[in-house]
Every structure is written in C-alpha cells, then in structure tokens.
Design a binder for this molecule. Structure first.
Ligand code: PLP
Length: 457
C-alpha cells in the first residue's frame, strides 16, 4: 500500500516536470523567432514568469542559494537521478546562472538552424579546458591523441595546449597560417580529435575561413571549436558557419565593465565527433554540465552571472560604438610616423581584411564592424615601445581586453611573456608590439592620449 502511494507521488513529479519542460520548450521556440536585441534584453524571462515566480520584478531575481530544498523524498530522488530538472546544488545548476546560459545560447545560435545549449564556467580558461577535455579521452592505453589549433591564440590557451595538454599525452599541432586550408589539412590524421581556432585572434587579428575549416573537420568526423571572445555574438556567430562548439571568456567584451571573471561554452545539438558517445554528442553542453563539469567543479558565481546578464542586454550598442571608435583610432595610428604597422582587420590594408569582412559585421543590419581589439608596432626598439607605453595618461596599462575603458598592454612582457621567444615568434609577437583595446570614450580623447605618448619617444 505504502509503496503504491509513493509511486504515485513520484510519477506526479515526473508528469509535472514534463509539462513544465514542454511549456518552456514552447516559450523557447517563440523567443528564438525574436530579433537579436530583444533576446539580449529579455532572454527567456517573460511577463508571465515575472508574475508567477518573480514577485513582479522587471529584472530577473538573483538566487545565490547554494542548494535547493525538496518537498519530499520522491522529489529529491527524481531530481538527483536527473529524471526531472532540478537546481539541486549550485556547483551544478542555478537559476541565475541558467538565465545567463539560456540567453548566451540563444544569441550564439541566432540565425542558426541548429539549436544550442550554453554552460557557464568560472573563467574563459576553464571553459576552454572543459570544452576540449572530453574529446581527448583515451580508449586504449598508448593510443596517440592529438588536436590541431591555429597558432595565434590567447597566451593562457597557448600554455594550456602546449604544456598542460602535452603533460597528459595530448599533442597540439599548430597551424601557423590558419587562413590557409591546406595548412589545416596537412596536420590532420587518425589521431586528431578536434580543430580549434581563435577568431579574430588576440592580439594579431588572424582569421580563418570558418565555413571551410568546419567542413574539413566534419569530413574527418571531428568537431571545430572556436574561441569567439573578441567577436562576441554581435559580430560573429560561428555556429551559423558550421562550428560545433563556441567558447568565450565573458571576462572580456561581454563583461566590459570589468567586474568579474567568467567563461561560457555554447555547443550545437548533435555535434560531429566520432570519439564521443551518442548522449554526449546529442547535447554536449548539457552532458558536460551533468557529468564532467559537475565532477570537476569550475562553476560560476550567481552574483557574477547576474552582472554578466545585465551587461549582455546592451552588448550590441557597446560593440557598435567601440568598433567605430577603434576604426578611427586605427586610421590615426596607421598614418603616424612613429608607428611601424597596425594590425586591425577593419583597415583595408590588413592582409586578411576581405576574409574578416566576410565573417564580421553588426548582427541584423550587416554593417561592417571589426570589434575593439587591435595591435600595432612602434617604429624603433623595445625600449621605445616602453617609453610610449609609460607615457600614456588616460589609457590604462593593464593586461585587460574588452573594457568600456581603453586599455593597453605590451604582449611580449605580459600576456605572451611565458611562452618564450619561440612561442612569440610562432604567434607573430615582436617586443615592439602594443595591444590596444579602445573603449567607449570619445575617440578624439583616445587619439590625443596616444599622440602625446608617441611624441614622448
Ligand atoms: C582572456 C581570454 C581567454 C581566457 O579567459 P579568462 O576569463 O581570463 O580565463 C580566452 N580567450 C581569449 C581570446 C581571451 O581574450
């Protein structure tokens, strides 16, 4: 008798969950039809939800609770066996973080036929590590394992791939000119688990033909993973072009206010990989969350998620203004006698301008826009570059990127210091290079600061 009654209660929870999930799926398909800005501003938070569970709040509530309480043993059992959706414990799942994950997934898959799921992580580096690790698992001892990556990657990614991954037997093969498909092709063999590219790359503004590289990856039944931190979904959505997984450092342009570290993985459903089991391929980001991510623990804080979500609402305006400012500053530097060269995809003289132009533009209206990261080299010595750098008065000297405030760094002594001369050569980073991220100040004031600092050389 008792067993029967409990079974009924358990089944009731399952039925309740099925109904809630089907309502959510219906809402999601409605939201997917909205324009980019509307999705960025509202996410999945509806007027109906505001009145049912949100106390009428115009803005989503923040839920810092570490765990969720259950009504009874049946609901607990159903939740912890993943038979019903549950927040259970904030290392795994949390309502505030989930709101950010849903919005990011909707924005990254905007205009893409395939649907996608998002997973937020404690940092961009943990997003990259979590995203690549499952593909590198060995099925037999001594089995050779490798992956192919564009050489122009963020310093932390270079270290992760070159040192940490090698330590565990996964060998990175670098593609020096990622815009040439032959170079990718030449590095792939039976041991290759995935292809990886950062675009546009930091700081040298390198691009790849994502569509062609994705097609090449799929021919070998492996996925393409793209670090799209610098572009943000405002300028480029790699999933639309065939990429399987997108990784982000939210610490940068998405969190342009510079208040928290965070990362995200957005993966298409049914991604291509002959190395993963079906369940993992079907919804990679969800599978990561429920298993490997849960067991490793690199979760985001709900407080950070709440702030990233707020920044995301105005992402398009910021990327637009900062892209326009950067182009103006790049044009100024390009004509300056103390500047040797400027790396900015938005300049017509950049060797990859045409390729960049194909992939980077303002979402919805299609205006060309290239983001707010650029590099330039000082005409002179490494010492001259430091003299210029030390003379900056308003532009902050920081190993930072994507800020609402202009920031500059010398990569050779900061972000790319640990990879040594050889690694810097590979990534094309001379000691006279300055990385500049133009913020939302008036460009004339940024130019004035650069001008007086260049005069100090
Ligand atoms: C900063 C950065 C990362 C690493 O992100 P963190 O949030 O600092 O861990 C990865 N990729 C790119 C392109 C970055 O700029």
């Amino acid at each position: 008798m008792v067993v029967e009654a409990e079974k009924t209660r358990f089944d009731r929870y399952l039925a309740e969950a099925r109904e809630a999930m089907s309502k959510r799926a219906e809402l999601r398909s409605q939201v997917r039809k909205l324009k980019f800005d509307t999705i960025a501003v509202h996410g999945m938070y509806s007027v109906e939800e505001a009145f049912s569970t949100g106390q009428g709040g115009v803005i989503e509530g923040i839920y810092p609770s570490t765990s969720q309480a259950y009504r009874d043993s049946d609901e607990m059992e159903a939740g912890l066996s993943y038979q019903i959706p549950t927040w259970c414990y904030s290392r795994i799942h949390n309502p505030t973080i989930f709101a950010l994950e849903e919005t990011l997934a909707l924005l990254e898959s905007y205009g893409c036929e395939a649907d996608a799921t998002g997973l937020c992580t404690s940092s961009g580096m943990s997003a990259i590590k979590q995203a690549v690790e499952p593909f590198l698992a060995c099925s037999a001892p001594g089995e050779p394992v490798s992956f192919v990556a564009g050489a122009q990657v963020y310093g932390g990614t270079f270290q992760l791939f070159n040192i940490r991954m090698r330590e565990r037997g996964a060998h990175v093969r670098w593609v020096k000119q990622p815009w040439l498909l032959e170079e990718w092709e030449a590095q792939i063999d039976d041991s290759t688990r995935f292809l990886y590219v950062e675009m546009p790359s930091n700081p040298t503004q390198v691009c790849a033909d994502i569509e062609a590289v994705a097609a090449l990856a799929h021919k070998h039944e492996i996925p393409l993973i793209v670090d799209s931190t610098v572009a943000t979904p405002v300028l480029m959505r790699p999933l639309v072009h065939g990429a399987d997984v997108v990784v982000h450092s939210l610490s940068k342009t998405v969190g342009s206010g510079g208040f928290a570290i965070g990362g995200a993985i957005i993966a298409r459903h049914n991604l291509v990989s002959r190395h993963l089991e079906d369940e993992a391929r079907a919804d990679f980001a969800l599978w990561l969350k429920l298993w490997p991510f849960r067991d490793s623990g690199p979760c985001m804080s709900p407080y950070s998620a709440f702030m990233f979500l707020n920044e995301l609402r105005s992402i398009r305006m910021k990327v637009d203004v900062m892209s326009r400012n950067t182009l103006e500053v790049a044009r100024f530097l390009d004509g300056h006698e103390r500047v040797e060269s400027v790396d900015y995809l938005g300049l017509e003289n950049h060797p990859l301008h045409a390729l960049g132009n194909r992939y980077l533009s303002m979402v919805d209206d299609g205006r060309p826009a290239f983001g707010h990261l650029m590099g330039f080299t000082i005409r002179g010595t490494a010492g001259d570059a430091r003299t210029f750098f030390d003379a900056l008065q308003r532009i902050f000297r920081a190993t930072d990127l994507g800020r609402i405030k202009s920031v500059a760094t010398i990569p050779a002594i900061s972000t790319h210091q640990q990879q040594g001369d050889e690694g810097r050569d590979l990534a094309g980073i001379p000691p006279t290079m300055v990385r500049l991220c133009v913020g939302a100040e008036h460009p004339e004031d940024v130019i004035a600061d650069l001008d007086q600092a260049l005069a100090a050389i």
